[in-house]
Design a protein around this ligand. Structure first.
Ligand code: ZN
Length: 150
């Protein structure tokens, strides 16, 4: 096992074992449910906005280690960002996950999120990793609804 995949596993396992911001947000302004039928991952994302700024973000759900770790890392990354910054980050993460050419250069400054780049080698897992991001996007676009990876 390479050093990178060890790091990748370590971070994923850590976030799966003790997910950050893993709770319901009672006074959330935005919320959406996500479901990945391929794997059975379910996630609910809660967002509390302060104008354009994401003041609080949390999630609940059940699913595989990758879906949970990805959601956990997402909440850490998006807290304090503006809606526009979040959108730009989503775009970069999505490109990284789908292994779009040219995305690797961008992974360098994605911080911890870069560990998810290993997922693009496992196409069946890409939807696990992107589920929470799609759900977040759905939450930001409207006050409710269900996001699906399909
Ligand atoms: Zn999954």
């Amino acid at each position: 096992m390479s050093e990178l995949s060890e790091l990748y596993q370590e971070v994923i396992l850590d976030h799966n074992k003790s997910p950050r911001n893993f709770h319901k947000l009672k006074d959330a302004d935005r919320t959406a449910d996500g479901y990945n039928p391929l794997c059975g991952d379910k996630v609910t994302v809660y967002v509390k906005l302060d104008g354009e700024v994401i003041r609080e973000i949390s999630f609940e759900g059940s699913g595989c280690a990758i879906s949970k770790a990805s959601a956990s890392m997402m909440t850490e990354s998006l807290k304090g960002k503006t809606a526009g910054e979040a959108e730009a980050l989503f775009d970069r993460v999505h490109k990284m996950l789908t292994g779009e050419p040219g995305a690797n250069g961008g992974a360098a400054d994605l911080g911890k999120l870069a560990v998810l780049s290993g997922v693009c080698q496992f196409p069946a897992r890409v939807k696990c990793a992107s589920l929470s991001w799609h759900t977040f996007q759905a939450a930001m676009k409207k006050a409710g609804g269900t996001a699906s990876t399909e």
